[in-house]
Write a protein that binds this ligand. Structure first.
Ligand code: GUN
Ligand code: ZN
Length: 330
């Protein structure tokens, strides 16, 4: 029978997307028990049904408690754990005043280990079992994060943040070193246990066209990887992108031109999208990542959830720790 067990409690399950029907509650079901065998869910239903499914399994009683799937946080920066909820005027000031100085510390593997562990413990305490995280430019910061997730048996995606301009000395790589370091990390971590690599150019303002081209080439060579970046978070950021890339049709085009638009791409924020950008993102089946607490805390604007869902976009939810003010996906 394998090493099965049955968890008894109030099991919250969903039969469809709560956004799909007329009333969100129509998609929700409350069941009594979950059967687990060989580390996987074998079934969910009444306690009697689960006892028929796994007759020899022990029942673990969690009556009065809620049993549900773990949350998936689709856009976080684990290195920003210590500066969460630092008040900034605008995105670029916030990056320069708090974020970059803190990210500088992650060249120290001991510090990266400490924060990676603290971050994963904090998110687990909020019911989050899977995250997709930015690390820093330091490969050590990626090793620290994947090592901490591996020890916990946890599924995470993460990648080395690549930046070769508009970032302070000590937080810049080059097009070539970003490519080489990222590729070595893919070889070391992608597909190990439940770990996935995400190729991570931070956003267009901190990458030269040469670096974006290198990241596009790396993704073409490793299409099994995710790719994560930021897109159209604040209006002054968009103006800056347009001045840095005068040939580009819009912000998304700075990624699209270099092969950084695809179905395994995660585009954080995506608030102030132009019509062409919305169409291209939808046609490619790319994922827009909605970061509500961050969008209001840093004053970026409001994500058009209803409009983008009606257009058929794929949308993920995220805290954007530490731009977001909480570790909780709620
Ligand atoms: N844009 C580029 N980097 C960042 C970051 O670290 N946080 C947020 N919210 N936006 C960004
Ligand atoms: Zn972010």
């Amino acid at each position: 029978m394998g090493n099965g067990y049955i968890l008894k409690g109030q099991v919250l399950a969903f039969s469809a997307s709560p956004f799909a029907g007329e009333r969100p509650q129509d998609a929700a079901r409350i069941l009594d028990a979950v059967a687990v065998q060989d580390g996987r869910i074998a079934g969910a239903g009444t306690l009697a049904e689960m006892q028929v499914l796994l007759p020899e399994a022990e029942t673990v009683d969690h009556s009065g408690k809620l049993i549900m799937a773990g949350f998936v946080d689709a856009h976080v920066h684990y290195p920003q754990t210590a500066i969460i909820a630092s008040w900034g005027k605008r995105l670029i000031d916030w990056l320069n005043s708090y974020t970059f100085p803190e990210e500088m510390r992650f060249g120290d593997r001991g510090y990266a280990d400490e924060i990676a562990s603290r971050y994963l413990d904090l998110t687990a305490a909020h019911g989050t079992t899977t995250v997709c995280s930015y690390c820093t430019i330091h490969p050590e910061s990626v090793d620290a994060f994947f090592s901490a997730a591996k020890v916990r048996g946890q599924r995470v995606a993460a990648g080395k943040t690549c930046m070769d301009r508009n970032a302070p000395e000590g937080l810049r790589d080059t097009a070539q070193s970003a490519y080489d370091d990222s590729e070595a990390l893919i070889a070391r971590w992608h597909g190990v246990d439940r770990l996935e690599y995400a190729i991570t150019p931070r956003f267009s303002p901190t990458s030269t066209p040469e670096q974006l081209e290198a990241m596009g080439a790396l993704w073409a060579k490793h299409p099994e990887c995710l790719m994560q970046t930021h897109l159209s978070e604040q209006t002054d950021e968009i103006e800056w992108v347009k001045s840095l890339f005068p040939q580009a049709r819009d912000y998304l085009d700075t990624y699209e031109e270099f092969g950084l638009l695809g179905a395994k791409g995660l585009y954080g924020h995506a608030i102030h999208l132009e019509e062409r950008e919305r169409h291209r993102l939808r046609d490619y089946g790319a994922a827009l990542i909605h970061c509500p607490t961050s969008n209001t805390f840093i004053g970026s604007g409001l994500f058009d959830m209803a409009g983008l869902m009606a257009e058929g976009h794929r949308i993920g939810l995220a805290t954007d720790t530490g731009g977001g003010s909480s570790f909780s996906i709620f």
